[in-house]
Design a protein. Structure first.
Length: 451
């Protein structure tokens, strides 16, 4: 038997073991491209993400005009595609920061802003709201992030108001004092941002809350209390959400503790208005061992779970996503998984938004960066997963149409929900430009008058 030199053995022993699923893509495709699954997802997209448009073109006397050329250009999505905005302006060079903004705005219209209590208010009574607040990595001050969102037409979301971790050292340990501190925190945040940030994660990860948290109880009574306080603090048109970890929120329907919790909270009158689902695989080993062959994360169960939650009548959001790009063939595997997951999520009736977590490799929390779960690499070059989303969001899921009005002055098309620029052009060059907000699942009518 050939002996391994001691030095070589010691080097090998220091190399961490990485589980590699050699046939990942082949096994993954065998499940996710099954004809019945593809048909179900495609039908969901067609039914839930599109609407019909009927455009009537008239002259100024109200007579319908035939043979008028009508073009419809899809300018923005109704559906929210996003990521967290935690490293805006925090990368090493101006060039990298500019690249980050360009990569973000090309495919996203939605951003999660950090409101983690421990980083927002490390010193009691001195929240870091202002743009000139002291630097903390992955925690830019909310004022700066909100200003950037407004400048780039990005819908902001606040995350989170109450969580059992990442809290300040000074957080009160006595429940009554902690309740008072939360009421103050909610009120200050609502006063400053309530009119500008329309969506909030009120309670995060309650089903994995430890018994050491001062407000813990087996029935998680603090959840309904938090929603009551949030409703008192924030404007009525704010969407207040609950958010939960992946393993608790995606179990089959009959054993899904999250579904049971949300239904019970709604029955008790808790003001939950949106339901969030995390989807994190923080290492390639986790992905390889638990994703391709685990029926819980297979398309049939995911579709069943989300459709059952949709029956509650509230908007659903995939709030945090990490799919690793590390390991052998990592970028290709990440892209394969990302494309199929996004197609499935986009097909769900109640789904309103999907949020990737860390846009850039190695900008994740703690050791989560080892997963290389960004959509772009450290130099801001797009990875195959980014390119896949760019193709879906900016090409496949956008509608551009050109046609001519019929004898009744009408033209009809079916398109993805969102804002459209409608241009009607007569044969003599007379033109009228209008806007249409096309809603999914209904007929959207508008009239253009050519003068």
């Amino acid at each position: 038997m050939k002996r391994i030199p001691l030095v070589a053995f010691m080097i090998l022993a220091l190399v961490p073991f990485v589980w590699v699923h050699a046939d990942f893509i082949e096994d993954f495709r065998a499940v996710w491209t099954a004809p019945e699954i593809v048909k179900r997802i495609d039908a969901g997209i067609e039914q839930h993400r599109k609407g019909d448009a009927v455009i009537l073109v008239k002259d100024k006397e109200g007579r319908p005009l035939s043979n008028v050329t009508v073009s419809a250009v899809h300018q923005s999505h109704d559906f929210l595609f996003g990521a967290n905005l935690f490293v805006l302006g925090q990368l090493a060079t101006p060039e990298l920061n500019a690249g980050y903004e360009q990569a973000f705005t090309r495919i996203f219209n939605f951003a999660s802003l950090p409101f983690y209590w421990g980083d927002l208010e490390p010193e009691r009574g001195k929240p870091r709201f202002d743009e000139d607040a002291p630097h903390i990595w992955r925690r830019p001050p909310p004022d700066a992030l909100l200003a950037w969102c407004k400048a780039h037409d990005i819908t902001p979301k606040g995350h989170p108001l109450l969580w059992h971790t990442i809290n300040p050292e000074w957080m009160p340990a006595a429940p009554d004092a902690l309740h008072a501190a939360y009421i103050k925190r909610f009120g200050e945040i609502a006063e400053r941002y309530g009119n500008d940030i329309p969506i909030w994660d009120v309670v995060n990860e309650s089903l994995v809350c430890p018994a050491t948290y001062p407000l813990f109880s087996q029935d998680r009574a603090y959840v309904s209390w938090a929603f009551e306080q949030a409703h008192q603090a924030f404007p009525d048109d704010t969407l207040l959400m609950i958010n939960e970890v992946m393993h608790a929120s995606h179990k089959p329907v009959e054993e899904n503790a999250y579904l049971k919790q949300v239904k019970a909270l709604l029955a008790s009158g808790a003001g939950i208005e949106g339901i969030g689902f995390q989807f994190h695989f923080f290492s390639r080993q986790e992905l390889d061992k638990h994703f391709p062959g685990n029926l819980v994360y297979g398309p049939e169960n995911l579709l069943d779970v989300y459709e059952r939650f949709s029956e509650l009548g509230l908007p659903l959001y995939i709030t945090e996503i990490t799919i690793p790009g590390s390991g052998d063939n990592g970028p290709a595997i990440q892209a394969e998984v990302v494309e199929h997951l996004y197609r499935l999520w986009f097909s769900i009736k109640g789904m309103a938004g999907i949020t990737w977590w860390n846009l850039v490799d190695k900008t994740a929390y703690g050791n989560e960066g080892q997963a290389l779960g960004g959509l772009v690499d450290e130099t801001l070059q797009p990875k195959p997963a980014y390119q896949a989303l760019d193709r879906l969001i900016n090409q496949e899921w956008k509608t551009d149409y050109t046609g001519k009005t019929d004898a009744n002055g009408r033209v009809m098309f079916r398109g993805f929900a969102g804002d459209y620029q409608i241009t009607a052009t007569a044969s003599d060059g007379t033109e009228r430009v209008s806007t249409l907000q096309l809603a999914a699942g209904k007929e959207n009518a508008m009239t253009c008058v050519l003068e």
